[in-house]
Design a protein around this ligand. Structure first.
Ligand SMILES: Nc1nc2c(ncn2[C@@H]2O[C@H](COP(=O)(O)OP(=O)(O)OP(=O)(O)O)[C@@H](O)[C@H]2O)c(=O)[nH]1
Ligand SMILES: [Mg+2]
Length: 167
């Protein structure tokens, strides 16, 4: 099992999709699992999808929670579904599963539910991929109010910008 973790918007789902397509083309038997209960769009079709049972948007409305709290609550609730998710993964029978996770990394870093889910779903061979961005890798500070160009020229990395150009 390969778990992809990283801060919000770091490119986890994109990487899962690209790696899935590449492995599929190479003839590997691979499954893809979505553990993000808040994803409205995914760039791949998941074989196992937490959203079939747990929907963060509904939980937000039902329990009057904010967007982050609803994801935390959703993953807590998913713990009860861990066996079912594991069974679904087993039924697919692929020796490799790529697991996409929500952007709230604290779920996996600080909360028991995240680490329980990972342990419960894990197989004999597991890898955790931390998806880093140029922003989180850079040593120098970036002002959140006026970010500079996201990637130094020639660094080989780039990141989509959502803020208007300041030039
Ligand atoms: N330039 C560039 N953009 C990327 C790359 N990877 C992802 N993106 C873009 O970054 C945005 C966020 O990518 P996602 O794959 O949704 O990121 P995520 O980590 O799954 O996001 P959350 O699930 O919301 O935490 C999308 O618009 C992607 O097209 C990359 O390597 N380079
Ligand atoms: Mg994602």
């Amino acid at each position: 099992m390969v778990f992809f973790v990283g801060i919000a918007g770091s490119g986890k789902s994109t990487l899962v999709s690209a790696l899935y397509n590449w492995m599929d083309e190479q003839g590997y038997d691979v499954a893809v699992v979505n553990l993000d209960p808040a994803a409205e769009y995914l760039p791949y079709v998941p074989d196992v999808d937490i959203r079939e049972r747990i929907n963060a948007r509904k939980i937000m409305r039902q329990f009057k929670l904010g967007p982050n709290a609803s994801i935390i609550a959703s993953v807590d609730m998913a713990v009860a579904d861990a066996d079912r998710i594991k069974e679904e993964m087993g039924a697919i029978g692929a020796p490799v599963a790529l697991v996409d996770t929500p952007g709230q990394m604290e779920l996996f870093a600080f909360r028991e539910s995240g680490s329980y889910l990972v342990k419960r779903l894990s197989d004999t061979h597991n890898v955790v991929v931390y998806v880093a961005t140029p922003h989180t890798c850079r040593a120098r500070r970036v002002s959140p109010l006026r970010p500079s160009s996201p990637s130094p020229a020639g660094s080989g990395s780039s990141c989509r910008r959502w803020w208007p150009s300041t030039r």
